[in-house]
Ligand binder design. Sequence first.
Ligand SMILES: Nc1nc2c(c(=O)[nH]1)N[C@H]1C(S)=C(S)[C@@H](COP(=O)(O)OP(=O)(O)OC[C@H]3O[C@@H](n4cnc5c(=O)[nH]c(N)nc54)[C@H](O)[C@@H]3O)O[C@H]1N2
Ligand SMILES: Nc1nc2c(c(=O)[nH]1)N[C@H]1C(S)=C(S)[C@@H](COP(=O)(O)OP(=O)(O)OC[C@H]3O[C@@H](n4cnc5c(=O)[nH]c(N)nc54)[C@H](O)[C@@H]3O)O[C@H]1N2
Ligand code: SF4
Ligand SMILES: [Mo]
Length: 709
Amino acid sequence: MTAIPTDEPAAAKKPEAGGRTVVGSCPLDCPDGCSWIVTVSETGNATRLRGNPDHPFTAGGLCKKVNPWLKMAEDPARLMQPLRRVKPKGQRSANRFDDFEPISWEEAMDDIASRFNKIIASSGPAAIWPFAGTGNVGFVQGGALPVGSRLWNHLGVSKHFLTICSVSGHVGLSYSVGTGTGMDPEDVVNAGAVLIWGSNTLVANQHWWPFVERAGDTGAPIVVIDPIRTRTAARADLHIAPRPGTDGALALGLCRALIAADAVDLEFVQQFTVGYDEFAVSVDEWTLERVSQVCGVPVERLDGLVNLLCDPGHRPLAVKLGQGMQRHAYGGQTSRIVSCLPALTGSYPVKGRPAGGGLVYSTHAPYKLNTQLASGRHLGARPRALAMTNLAANLLELDDPPVEALFVHGANPVVSNPDVDRVRQGLSRSDLFCVVAEIYLTETTDYADIVLPSTMQHEQWEVNDSFAHMYLNLNQPAIEPPGECLAHTEMFRRLARAMDLDEPELFASDEELVAALIDTDEYRAAGVTLESWKEVGWVRAPAAGRPYQPFDDGFPTTSGRFEFVSERAEQQGHGRLPNYRPPAEAASGASDSYDLVAIGSDWHINSVFAGTQVVANRTKAPPISLHPDDALRDGIEHGDKIVVFNERGSFDAVAAVDSRARPGVAATTKGWWAMGINNTVVERDSDMGRGAVFHDNRVQIRASDQTAR
Ligand SMILES: Nc1nc2c(c(=O)[nH]1)N[C@H]1C(S)=C(S)[C@@H](COP(=O)(O)OP(=O)(O)OC[C@H]3O[C@@H](n4cnc5c(=O)[nH]c(N)nc54)[C@H](O)[C@@H]3O)O[C@H]1N2
Ligand SMILES: Nc1nc2c(c(=O)[nH]1)N[C@H]1C(S)=C(S)[C@@H](COP(=O)(O)OP(=O)(O)OC[C@H]3O[C@@H](n4cnc5c(=O)[nH]c(N)nc54)[C@H](O)[C@@H]3O)O[C@H]1N2
Ligand code: SF4
Ligand SMILES: [Mo]
């Protein structure tokens, strides 16, 4: 297999330093779900972290974001004890720690318990909002269930919808495929062509790339559709750069072209789909000329893609559906449209067809964990659900009852949420009680009343799945937590005690919670026990057969088939047929403004570690890449200081004039704490699932008075 592209590939080959090794897993919101090995010295220190060479997807390498993990854990800025705010919210001292006083765990828990009890008595439990982010996406300590669910269910507080990441695509695909799980990404090695649509795979999903390359080695062309010439796009055989948010039009045009060229797999369509005839008529308006106008891509380039898709030698077709194109007003619908391409080309892994094509989006279906038991859903009902991406509106406008307390963990909304100026306003409310469990002081802890020091992954129990493979990783604590850091699970046990609760399920140990997750007939039948799992550290999800043939019994839709037409979509206001609508702000074609697209950085994942000295020593605040034609028009030169602004907010940056972004697009990366990119992003729901519209963002750019040159 092609080597894993990590910046330190030799690390895994160094001889063992001595001491014992503990298998764990990366907790970050990254599709790759790496399994890792921690070496622990005889004195109980973690001395080395490396990728697990035995894990089929990790294959021995981590990534440059996580390689310095142990350094991050020992950073002097790491939180080591509970803190209580002593300065006004929102004002930060030169030394962030000066805004707080250290307190004991007992004081912290008593403060939180008495405030929560007061709020419950006066306004009801719905006034409390547990706000879980993606800093850790595990099932025990992180945002997957999320952690604390047993307590939250028992109290009946507001439910948290983790809408910040991939929800629109999931809902969009539910109307056509019936699920977000379309194929085993490893099976891409058997693909006849790979279409990477709105994903910077080499950076955001790098452990999948070797599998893609293996398909390439056997002659499968690799196509990337992305308004930015990312590292992935630069490596592709064909790169199409549409205007942001116009992918639906492009996909409909490709469907029409396949139909017009008689290149549709009619046998598949007849046997496994519904609504094809109606769909075929509806796409007739999407000629390549029209697509070219809407997407801003020359017809000749589109022709190249059409020829490739029509070639029966390039099947099955594997489409990697990234998150880029769903972060728009009609992002859900776009995902639904793109899912039609593997259907028209007969590529989904159905009975009798080789696995190798379909959609790569999520891999959640085969895990089948007992989340019901682990989260204690039977312990109580939740009165309402609040969307993570509506934080500002929920803090500033919600009534009956208003949000009076937040318990934030693994989230940094002052960097990552949309409309950060309004988020700050909401968090500044003097009547809001805000608890943040963190590993560092962040832009968000500037608004915390109480800060709780969390353990990091190598110090805690955790269970992690992946959204790019089908192995379930077990993370075992390798070392004792430093200072007074506590696992989130322990925080919730202590909080339950401080609130005078006596429901026994609130006090389950971490190992009991881990065991609850695999307490199912399927895991039992596969012989997966906590003990056997501990030894290896990962297990292939029992429901993920090899090859993975999820549609052997039909598609999980109402009709049991892939649905080109969907009654349910029609009832829910999304149209009976897949249909294109332009984005709200992007792709306007106006020559006085840009579509701002901020994607994953090479150096950090979202805002995790992005404000630390370790990262600052390795990289600088990201520049804003502008196309040379745009820069020339606006009198901006490479290295100029610029101001990026719109009616919602502004931020300062440095321009990079290069050919990364297509004309009309300003490209940068997300997560850098001090930059304020999301000051300009609107807090608007996408069409499906209340997803965020991060890339549907029109901004203006001007040179600062003072230039860097
Ligand atoms: N190194 C690194 N890896 C990461 C992350 C990170 O921050 N850093 N973040 C992680 C997280 S949380 C997630 S959700 C995943 C996301 O990973 P991806 O699915 O790769 O999502 P994005 O980074 O949002 O955008 C991917 C690509 O979509 C392109 N794009 C933007 N708008 C459009 C559009 O309208 N149409 C098309 N066709 N393309 C568009 C962008 O230019 C970008 O190259 O990555 C994870 N991996
Ligand atoms: N403009 C723009 N904005 C975006 C996106 C985009 O593409 N463009 N992408 C969006 C996406 S895909 C996502 S997923 C969101 C992410 O947004 P969030 O879910 O808010 O995640 P982060 O901003 O990364 O913040 C995670 C926090 O968790 C902390 N943390 C890390 N590990 C631990 C731990 O073990 N315990 C605790 N308690 N804390 C920990 C980190 O220090 C960090 O402050 O951002 C979104 N924001
Ligand atoms: S961030 Fe992704 S690639 Fe890096 S170690 Fe974690 S799971 Fe692996
Ligand atoms: Mo994400």
